[in-house]
Every structure is written in C-alpha cells, then in structure tokens.
Design a protein around this ligand. Structure first.
Ligand code: HEC
Ligand code: HEC
Length: 447
C-alpha cells in the first residue's frame, strides 16, 4: 500500500470517529433539551436557570417588607458566622464559641458534616464538622442538636416554607393553615407576623440556637454602623434586634445560589459544560427515573411534601435525646392532619456531594445509595404503611450503568465548585468562625 493511501485511511478513520462522537454528543444535547423543555413550567430551558447572585431584583420570593440590598447581604453574611453573638449558651464556658455556621459549613455545601449538627454544647471541628462531639461537661439534654439532619442553606430563594415540615412563613404552602399556627409547635406563632418563610424561620433559628442581638452587643462587636446603613428606615428602638438580624441573614441567604454548576452553564448555552455521562444522567433524571416528577424547580426542590418512607434519626440509632421526636411526623407535625403524616419537604439537589448524610434521618451515606433506594422503592421505615407512600415512589428498573450515570449527574453535574465565594473573609469580633471553642480553633488552625 502506498504511504499516501495509508495516510488517507488513517485520517479518514480519525475523522469518522471524531465526527461520530460529536454527532452522538449533539444527539444527547438535543434529546436533553427536548426533555427539559417538556418538563419546564414555562416550556423553556430558562425556567431552570438561576439568576446571578448580585442581580438582586431577579432573586425570587423576596419579602416585600424586606427587599434584598447590598448592605443587608454584607451584614447577614457576617452575622451568620459571628461566634460573638453566641451569647446565650446553657453553660457560660461556651459563650461566643458557636454560630449558625457550626451546622451549615460552606465547604461542604452548607451542611453539618454529621448526621446531626451540634452548636452550643459541642466541641471540635475536624476538617469540616465531622469531628464535632458533645462537650463532656454538658448533659445530652442541654446540647443544641435537632431531631433531624440539617438542611443545607443554599438555593433558599426557592424555599418559601423552610424546614423539613415547611412550618414557617405565612404564605406559599402555609396559606390556609392559619388555624394551627402556634398550636402543634408554639414557635410557629411567629407566622402571625405575616412574613415570608425565611424571615420567620431565621428569627426562630436565632432564638433556638441561643444567639443574642441587642444594641449593647452590636456596639461592642462593631456592627451598629452596618445595621444603621442596612436598615435606615427601621426605628432605632427596633433596629438592633433578632428580628432585624433575620432580615439581613434572609437577604444573604437569597444570594447563595449554585449558579456556577455545570448543569446551570449547560442550561445557559454552554453545551460543553457537562460530560456525556452527566448528560445521560440528566436524561434519566428528566425521563425514565422520574425524579423530575417530584424534584421540579430551578434548584430541583419543590413546594410539596411527600412520603418516601425513609427512617428517622432515632431509628438510625443516632444520638437524639428523645425518641419519637415531633419532627418524625413530617408535615403532620405542623398541620396536625392525618393525611400529612410522614410527608417531608422535597429538598433541593445541588451540592450534595460532600454532605455525607442524606434524607431527614440521615439514613443514607452516599448519593449512589439514595439513587439505589429510589430505584428499588422499598420503604425502610416500618411506621410508614404502603398506603401513605407517594404513588410516584415506585420501582424504576434502572440498570447498574444507568444508576452510575444518574449518580454522576447528581454528584458533579449539579455541583457548584466555588461555594466559598459566599463565605465572609472576616467577622467583626475577630473571633474564629464558624466555631470558636478551643478544640475547634486548634483543628481549624485558627488562633
Ligand atoms: C445545631 C445545628 C444548627 C444550627 C446551629 C443552625 N441550624 Fe439551621 N438547620 C439545622 C437543622 C437540623 C435544620 C433542619 C430542621 C428541620 O427541618 O426540622 C436546619 C434548617 C435550616 C433552615 C431551613 C432550610 C430549608 O431548606 O428549609 C434554615 C433557613 C436555617 N436552618 C437557618 C439557620 C440559621 C439562620 C441559623 C443561625 C441562627 C441556623 N440555621 C443554625 C441545624 C442547625
Ligand atoms: C415521590 C416524590 C419523589 C421522587 C419521585 C423522587 N424524590 Fe428525591 N426526595 C423526595 C423527598 C420527599 C425527599 C426527602 C425525604 C426525606 O428525607 O424524608 C427526597 C430526598 C432526596 C435526596 C436527599 C436530599 C437530602 O438533602 O437529603 C436526594 C439526593 C434525592 N431525593 C434524589 C432523587 C432522585 C435522584 C430521584 C429520581 C431517581 C428522586 N429523588 C425521586 C421526593 C422524591
């Protein structure tokens, strides 16, 4: 064979395979586009696109009484991590040692690194929260740890009724539930203030997690000026309060969006942002695996509650000081309705790769295990009888390859690699954050 003929054959072969690969990728793209559009609530890809975090007017579900501003975001960003406001612990030795960020750590998708987060009554941090343990001088009943796995505080602009049971906020899914406000859970009395869910839930969180905000402390830590700049219209007698602090933190939360994840870039037109495996996983998500039937919004959460039969924290043998925590009832713990028993909020799905624990009772330890669970659709919680299960919870018959593809889409297609852009570079007290106890400080390399 002549060398020119040989070269021609080699080049033609390379050309054939590379085109074929491109053609295959293009086919995946157009198939995914069609599917996404068909499930989109506006019929367009754009429905799933998150706005830029500094495009404040585009951030959804703002409270008209608390529009997002730069000044509020900057203040909320520091208060959320400010260990200096952890001033109401059960034992005075723990003053100024914990913050909201103790259970919502930015490096791991604003989750806790544990099945249960611990703030007051905990010591240590490890590399990202996993080594936090109970302070031996505390009795277990005194520790601030809740009866469900902490939800990540990301993409909250799409959450109108926070918590696994959606108990907070006067609007959204809580319209029509007025008669139970303050009844099942006395803290939901706050809904009578007619605010959006984030504002209400954060005020409650500041109290539950033993924080203090008042004029004296804000003067001491150096925040007074920031409150004045962010809330000039609020009467000074009401300005340095937990309520107003919650307005700043809610503004900050609405900007924490995973808008740099590969799927976001793909939606916005960069067809190279996802690998072919991720695209095949996305196709399964929107089609055969039926995930989109429940997880349908820009963050893949949903304003809907549904029973998928997973175990509670206490059933998993995790430390909770009381069994049968009211949270185990799901939405019914708030509405007191039998039909809401064991129904939990459909949560968002971005940046879960490093969470380490999944579902409200932390019963799964990897995203692949979660996919496997939905694939088999066998409830693991004996309290949840089959008639209570969501009809969309049904066996999917995915192959091993399909399970891997779907897992890859969740792990990396929905992963924004740069969430630490939302972490402050400092807090005004100058303390360490998110934790400030001696053990954490040494583990965090902070002095
Ligand atoms: C001790 C650990 C811990 C601390 C500290 C903590 N959280 Fe949480 N957070 C949780 C848990 C657990 C949940 C889920 C609880 C539930 O749904 O019943 C949660 C849920 C939330 C949610 C709801 C998210 C959603 O998608 O519905 C918001 C908002 C929130 N926390 C804000 C805060 C703020 C603000 C602070 C500080 C004032 C804070 N958290 C401190 C453990 C903690
Ligand atoms: C019937 C509605 C429904 C369907 C279908 C569904 N989910 Fe969910 N999903 C939920 C609910 C509700 C939860 C929270 C359950 C709980 O913790 O009690 C959840 C939780 C999750 C979680 C854990 C999130 C966290 O923070 O712990 C992941 C991951 C997830 N779903 C992925 C998927 C995938 C992938 C599919 C498709 C194979 C899927 N879901 C199908 C309703 C659904």
């Amino acid at each position: 064979m002549k060398i020119t003929t040989f070269l021609f054959i080699v080049l033609a072969t390379i050309f054939y395979y590379s085109c074929n690969k491109d053609a295959k990728t293009e086919l995946l793209d157009s198939k995914l586009e069609d599917l996404v559009k068909s499930r989109s609530k506006s019929g367009t890809l754009g429905y799933y696109a998150m706005p830029s975090s500094n495009n404040y007017s585009a951030l959804p579900n703002q409270d008209p009484k608390n529009p997002v501003t730069q000044e509020k975001v900057e203040l909320g960003k520091m208060l959320f991590f400010e260990t200096g406001i952890g001033m109401s612990p059960k034992k005075s030795e723990s003053q100024a040692t914990y913050s909201c960020g103790s259970c919502h750590i930015p490096e791991i998708g604003f989750t806790a690194g544990r099945f249960q987060g611990i703030a007051d009554g905990g010591i240590g941090f490890g590399s990202h929260g996993e080594a936090r343990t109970i302070n031996p001088s505390y009795d277990v009943t005194e520790v601030d740890a809740q009866g469900a796995r902490p939800l990540p505080v990301i993409n909250l602009a799409y959450v109108r009724n926070p918590l696994w049971n959606g108990a907070f906020g006067s609007y959204g899914m809580n319209e029509g539930t007025e008669s139970v406000w303050g009844i099942g859970d006395s803290l939901t009395l706050i809904n009578k203030e007619k605010r959006e869910g984030l504002e209400a839930a954060i005020t409650r969180a500041l109290i539950v997690h033993r924080q203090v905000v008042d004029k004296h402390l804000m003067d001491k830590l150096g925040y007074t000026k920031l409150f004045d700049e962010a809330f000039p219209d609020v009467d000074p007698s009401e300005r340095y309060t937990l309520q107003i602090a919650s307005h700043a933190i809610a503004s900050y939360f609405r900007t924490i969006l995973t808008n740099e994840a590969p799927f976001q870039d793909w939606i916005k037109g960069d067809r190279n942002a996802m690998s072919d495996v991720q695209k095949r996983g996305a196709i399964l998500f929107f089609d055969k695996a039926g995930c989109i039937n429940c997880h349908n919004s820009p963050s893949f959460n949903n304003q809907r509650f549904s029973a998928v039969g997973v175990k509670d924290l206490d059933q998993n043998g995790y430390l909770v000081y009381k069994t049968n925590d009211g949270r185990n009832k799901g939405r019914a713990g708030f509405t007191l309705k039998d039909e809401d028993l064991y129904k939990f909020k459909v949560p968002e799905l971005y940046n879960l790769k490093h969470a380490g624990f999944y579902f409200h009772g932390a019963s799964k330890k990897s995203l692949r295990d979660v996919v496997q669970y939905f694939n088999e659709a066998v409830p693991e919680n004996p309290n949840v009888k089959s008639e209570r299960l969501d009809p969309q919870f049904r066996p999917l018959n995915l192959t091993e390859t399909e399970i891997n593809e779907l897992t890859e889409f969740l792990e990396n297609g929905l992963y924004d690699p740069n969430l630490i852009r939302y972490k402050p570079t400092k807090i005004l007290s100058g303390n360490c954050f998110p934790n400030n106890d001696k053990k954490s400080k040494s583990e965090m390399g902070c002095n």
